[in-house]
Design a protein around this ligand. Structure first.
Ligand code: BDR
Ligand code: CA
Length: 337
């Protein structure tokens, strides 16, 4: 059996239940070597997201991975307060994790990203599963960033699918459209994982039960968190299950799953103040007609997946192993300040 090649990864997140799943997926993947994590306000504030990230890393036995605090406010305006109805008051389904001993590293998330890109020229891979404020900031800090990183995978946007914040806008893009416009206009190898594919690959209660039964505290804690997430999605799917936004982007980034339909097109972000604000305008006219490639067509938009994602996700999370003594406790219902 050949050992998969491991790539250095920078994760940018707003941890978040599905962000927690994406982080766990990366930690369990031999193809990913997570070198740094930055947090941004979205599901929760950047500070609460950082706390959740540190606590999850400790639970997983990876407390050595540096976490940097990112932007609290979007490029224009101020942080709106998060999505407690989706992710719980503490962002992780009101599951209380043991507080991590590790502290945040000095410097901002954007500075961390730029430093990592210089330390791994041509190799660093970015997975962004929150609003794109930190990534846009990093582009301003170092306009050479697109040349330095290998690629960037973004969970965000909606191509043919409706939005989940407005009729046309998805949360990560809606939370900072100006940043998203800058990031999608940059000249790098970018993959967008929009609602079209994340809403059509769901995790069912049977999968959650498999996580709860796993012999490792991380999948067990994730199973607990998913109880909260499932209650939110019940109103949309009519049964206990959930969409799989961020872990699906993680799996596509590391190559654990493959896209079946993923045209490379031009994507613009609506930054006006009208009803289209935050929409990802994907030029998919080639679906209906012989359409010549557009200038600026550089974004791979994942529309359909090969195979069934949920069993793959469960299998990868069940394979998590940490150093001896990874037994930190957690409890449901105790709010974390
Ligand atoms: C995205 O928004 C956040 O709530 C989720 O964590 C995910 O990244 C889905 O629209
Ligand atoms: Ca997220």
């Amino acid at each position: 059996m050949t050992t998969p090649i491991s790539h250095p990864f920078y994760l940018d997140c707003d941890t978040g239940i599905d962000d927690a799943l994406a982080l766990a997926y990366l930690l369990a993947s031999p193809q990913a070597d997570v070198r740094g994590i930055g947090t941004v306000s979205g599901n929760v504030s950047a500070a609460v997201g950082a706390r959740n990230t540190l606590d999850l890393l400790q639970l997983a036995g990876h407390a050595h991975i540096p976490v940097a605090l990112g932007a609290h406010d979007p490029q224009a305006g101020t942080f709106h307060g998060g999505a407690p109805h989706v992710h719980g008051a503490n962002g992780i389904g009101d599951v209380s994790l043991e507080a991590a001993d590790a502290e945040l590293v000095p410097g901002t998330a954007a500075e961390m990203l730029v430093r990592l890109a210089h330390e791994h020229p041509g190799q660093l891979r970015i997975l962004a599963v929150g609003p794109l404020t930190n990534i846009a900031q990093a582009l301003r800090l170092d306009p050479e960033l697109p040349r330095l990183v290998q690629d960037i995978t973004i969970m965000g946007g909606a191509a043919f699918a409706p939005g989940n914040i407005t009729p046309v806008a998805e949360a990560n893009i809606a939370n900072d459209p100006e940043a998203a416009a800058d990031v999608l206009a940059a000249d790098w190898d970018v993959t967008l994982v929009p609602l079209d594919v994340t809403m059509s690959n769901v995790l069912e209660e049977s999968h959650r039960q498999e996580l709860l039964a796993a012999g490792h505290p991380v999948p067990q804690a994730l199973g607990d968190m998913l109880g909260y997430y499932f209650r939110f999605y019940e109103s949309q799917f009519g049964r206990a299950c959930s969409a799989m936004h961020d872990p699906l982007a993680a799996a596509l980034a590391v190559g654990g799953v493959s896209a079946a339909v993923a045209p490379v097109v031009r994507v613009d972000v609506d930054t006006t103040d009208g009803p289209g604000r935050g929409q990802t305008i994907c030029d998919l006219r080639g679906r209906y007609m012989d359409y010549p490639e557009q200038p600026g067509a550089r974004c791979r938009v994942v529309l359909e997946l090969e195979g069934d994602f949920a069993p793959h996700l469960v299998e990868v999370l069940q394979s998590l192993s940490g150093p001896e003594g990874t037994t930190a406790a957690w409890s449901v219902g105790a709010a974390v300040a």
